[in-house]
Design a binder for this molecule. Sequence first.
Ligand SMILES: [Cu+2]
Length: 155
Amino acid sequence: MHVHRYERIWIAFGVIMLVVFLSAIAFASVADNINPPSGMQTIDPTKVAQTPPFDHPGLRKIGDGRYEAYYVAQVFQFTPSDLKIPVNSTVSFYVTSPDVVHGFFIPNTDVNMMVIPGWVNTSTHTFTKRGTYLLICHEYCGIGHQNMFGKIEVQ
Ligand SMILES: [Cu+2]
C-alpha cells in the first residue's frame, strides 16, 4: 500500500505530538505531585462525623465580617442545608464527603469545587449582594443527585 509522503509526515507529526502531550502529563503528575486542588487537608472519610470541625458542621465567626463555613456533602444533601450570613461577609467554605464524589457550586460566584472523600476542599467568597444563593451538587453522585441542593441567604 502506498502512503503519500505528505500523509506520512502528517501521521508522524500526530504521533510525535501525542507522545509529547502524554509525556507532559506523566511528567507533571509525578514531578508536581498532582492532587485535588485544596488546602491539601486530608480527613478519614469513615470518621467525618467524629472529626472536628465536621462533627458540628455550620458557620463559625472568625472576625469582623469573616466566617468559616464547614459543610458535609453526603448522598443526597448538604449539611448545613441553609446558611444565613450578613451582606459583605467573606466566607471560607470547607467541604468534605464521607461517601462519594460530590460537587459544591454556588452559581453567580466563583465557588465551584469538587468534593472528594478523604479531602477537605476550600474556597473563599465575599457576598456583596443580598439575596438567596443556590448551592448545588454538580457532580453526578447517584439516584437522588438532582435533589441535592442547599441555600445561602445573604441578609
Ligand atoms: Cu450530586
